[in-house]
Design a protein around this ligand. Structure first.
Ligand SMILES: O=P(O)(O)OC[C@H]1O[C@@H](O)[C@@H](O)[C@@H](O)[C@@H]1O
Length: 552
C-alpha cells in the first residue's frame, strides 16, 4: 500500500516466473512423496498466549505451494509493508483513507492490553458494562415488559453488518444459549420477514433491538417502525416503548428521534466498520442469548488472535499465511472463488457471514490512490456446512473444470457426542477424506485396476479425479466460544493482509451506494406510470409491467 500496484513489486514478478515455470508440473502426490516433512513444514499450531486457551491447527500442506513460492509470497507481504500497515491499524491511524477513519475493531476486544490513542477507545469498557448490566437484567427476569411480564423473546432488527454477525455467532454458540429466550433476526425489507417474525411474538414479552450504525438504513428503520406500530397497537401508550425497544448505534440524534431513550442506547464509534461490528454493542443480541460472561470469552478469543497477528513473525503468522496463499490462487492460478466449508453444524452461517466480511472489504477495483488495478482482488466467498455440501456441489469441486480453493474447518470435539460420538466420527472421517480426495485424486491407472479390463474408456475417464485440487484446513478446537472468536479474527486479519497487498481500502463500501440512490428515486415513481422517467427502456418496461399487474 505504498502507492504502488501489487504487480509492481519485484516479488510479484518473481511469483509470476515461479508460476510459469512450475504450475503445469506441480503434483501434490509428488510433493508429499519427495518430502516426508511436508506436513510439519507447512502446518502451524496456534496456541493462544493471552486469555482463555485456544488451540488450532492450520494445515497448509495440501496447497499447491513449494518453499520458494511461500518464501516469495512472504517477500511480497514485506514489500507491501503488511507489518507497517498492521501496526498502523493497531495504533489507530486513519487507514480507512476515503472516510478518514481509524479501523479499530481490535480495540473492542482489547481489555486494556494494547495502547490505542483514538478517541472512543477508552469508552469501550463503559459500553461493555452497560451491556453486562442490561443483559443480566433481561436474562434474570428483572427487566419487565409493560404489563410486568418477563421478556422471553428478542428480535434484532438490522441488516448487513448489523445482522450477519449476530446471526452467525448466536448459531455458532447455540450450545450456550438460554433456551427459554427465543431470538429472531429481521433484516430484509420484504414485509414477509417482519410479518412472519411478529407472528411468533407477544408484545408483552418481546424486546426489539434496533441495530444500525447509521440509524438511517432504509430496511432497518422501516422494519423498526413497523415493529413499533405493531407493539403500540397493543401497548397503546408511547411511554411503554422504553421497556421494549433498545438501539445499537453511533447516531444518538436519530435514535432519540425514533423514541428510544438515550439510556436504552448502546453506543459504538465510527471506527467500527459494520462488517467488523459484532464485537461492539451490535453484539448485544449475542450477549443476551449466551450470557455476558460467554460474550466476553468470545471477545477474549478474538483478542488472542489479534495478539498473534500483531506479534508473530510473518513465517508463522496464520492470517498472513492464509492471505498470501489465497492470493497465490487468486492472482496467479486465476481462481475466482474461495469455498468455506465448516464441518460443524453450529457454523452453518460462517460462509454467509464472510461473504460480507470478505467481499464488501476487498471487492474493489481501484487502489487507495485511485489507480485501477491490473490484477484480481477479493475472491467470491461461498460455501455450506459439511456434509451437506458434499451431496450438493462437491461434484464440481472434484471433477469440474475450475480450480476452487477450499477451507475445511472442524472442531475436534462435538458439543453433541450422541451415540458415543458416532456422528462426530462419521463427520470427521468425511472432513479428513474430502481434502485427501481433492489433493491426491485418482489416476486413470487406478480406476482401470479397480474396474477391470472390460470397463469402457468413457467410464474409466468419468471416474478419474485430477490431482491438483487444493485445500487447507483451519481446525478449531473446543471450547467453542473462545475458538469461534479466534476463528473469526483469523479471517478478519486475512482479509486485511490481502487488502494491504492489493493496495485497496478494505474498510469502505462505496459500491453499495449507487443502488440505494437509484432505489430511492424509483420508489418515488412507483405510483403512476406517467411518473416513471429517466430510465432505460428495460427498467421502464419492468416498472410498467409491475404497475399494470399489481394487485393491492
Ligand atoms: O448498520 P447500518 O448503518 O444500518 O448499516 C448496515 C449495512 O449497510 C450496508 O449498506 C453496508 O454499508 C454494510 O456495511 C452495513 O453493515
Amino acid at each position: 500500500m505504498s502507492g504502488k500496484l501489487a504487480s509492481d513489486y519485484p516479488s510479484w514478478k518473481k511469483l509470476q516466473q515461479l508460476y510459469d515455470a512450475e504450475h503445469s508440473k506441480i503434483v501434490l502426490k509428488d510433493l508429499f512423496a519427495q518430502d516426508p516433512q511436508r506436513f510439519s513444514k507447512f502446518s502451524r499450531e496456534y496456541n493462544s498466549t493471552s486469555g482463555p486457551d485456544v488451540t488450532m491447527l492450520v494445515d497448509l500442506s495440501k496447497n499447491l505451494i513449494t518453499e520458494p513460492v511461500l518464501e516469495t509470497l512472504l517477500e511480497l507481504a514485506r514489500e507491501a509493508k503488511v507489518e507497517e500497515y498492521r501496526d498502523k491499524m493497531f495504533a489507530g491511524e486513519h487507514i480507512n483513507t476515503s472516510e478518514d477513519r481509524a479501523v479499530l475493531h481490535v480495540a473492542l476486544r482489547n481489555f486494556n492490553d494494547f495502547k490505542i490513542a483514538e478517541s472512543g477507545a477508552d469508552e469501550v469498557s463503559a459500553v461493555l458494562d452497560h451491556m453486562k448490566e442490561f443483559t443480566e437484567a433481561v436474562r434474570s427476569g428483572a427487566w419487565k415488559g409493560y404489563t410486568g411480564k418477563t421478556i422471553n423473546t428478542i428480535v434484532n432488527i438490522g441488516i448487513g453488518g448489523s445482522d450477519l454477525g449476530p446471526v452467525m455467532v448466536t448459531e455458532a454458540l447455540k450450545p450456550y444459549a438460554k433456551r427459554d429466550l427465543a431470538a429472531h433476526f429481521v433484516s430484509n425489507i420484504d414485509g414477509t420477514h417482519i410479518a412472519e417474525t411478529l407472528r411468533l411474538c407477544d408484545p408483552e414479552t418481546t424486546l426489539f433491538i434496533i441495530a444500525s450504525k447509521t440509524f438511517t438504513t432504509q430496511e432497518t428503520i422501516t422494519n423498526a417502525e413497523t415493529a413499533r406500530g405493531w407493539f403500540l397497537a397493543s401497548a397503546k401508550d408511547k411511554a411503554h416503548v422504553a421497556k421494549h425497544f433498545v438501539a445499537l448505534s453511533t447516531n444518538t440524534k436519530a435514535v432519540t428521534g425514533f423514541g428510544i431513550h438515550e439510556s436504552n442506547m448502546f453506543q459504538f464509534w465510527d471506527w467500527v466498520g459494520g462488517r467488523y461490528s459484532l464485537w461492539s454493542a451490535i453484539g448485544l443480541s449475542i450477549a443476551l442469548v449466551i450470557g455476558y460472561e460467554n460474550f466476553e470469552q468470545l471477545l477474549k478469543g478474538a483478542h488472542g488472535m489479534d495478539k498473534h497477528f500483531k506479534e508473530t513473525p510473518l513465517e508463522d503468522n496464520l492470517p498472513v499465511l492464509m492471505a498470501v496463499i489465497g492470493l497465490w490462487y487468486n492472482d496467479f492460478y486465476g481462481s475466482q472463488t474461495l469455498a468455506l466449508l465448516p464441518y460443524d453444524q453450529y457454523l452453518h452461517k460462517f460462509a454467509d457471514y464472510f461473504q460480507q466480511g470478505d467481499m464488501e472489504s476487498n471487492g474493489k477495483f481501484v487502489t487507495k490512490n485511485g489507480q485501477r488495478v491490473n490484477y484480481q482482488t477479493g475472491p467470491i466467498i461461498w460455501g455450506a456446512s459439511g456434509t451437506n455440501g458434499q451431496h450438493s456441489f462437491y461434484q464440481l469441486v472434484h471433477q469440474g473444470t475450475k480450480l476452487i480453493p477450499t477451507d475445511f474447518i472442524a472442531p475436534t470435539t462435538s458439543h453433541n457426542p450422541i451415540e458415543h460420538s458416532k456422528h462426530h466420527r462419521i463427520l470427521l472421517s468425511n472432513f479428513f477424506a474430502q481434502p485427501e480426495a481433492l489433493a491426491f485424486g485418482k489416476t486413470e491407472e487406478e480406476v482401470k485396476r479397480e474396474l477391470g479390463p472390460n470397463a469402457s474408456e468413457a467410464l474409466v475417464k468419468s471416474k478419474v479425479f485430477q490431482k491438483r485440487k487444493v485445500s487447507r484446513h483451519p481446525r478449531a478446537y473446543s471450547p467453542l466460544f473462545v475458538s469461534v472468536g479466534a476463528l473469526i479474527a483469523l479471517y478478519e486479519h486475512k482479509i486485511f493482509v490481502q487488502g494491504v497487498i492489493w493496495g485497496i481500502n478494505s474498510f469502505d463500501q462505496m459500491g453499495v451506494e449507487l443502488g440505494k440512490v437509484l432505489a430511492k428515486n424509483i420508489l418515488a415513481q412507483l405510483e403512476k406510470p406517467e411518473d416513471v422517467k429517466g430510465h432505460d427502456s428495460s427498467t421502464t418496461g419492468l416498472i410498467h409491467y409491475y404497475q399494470k399487474n399489481r394487485k393491492e
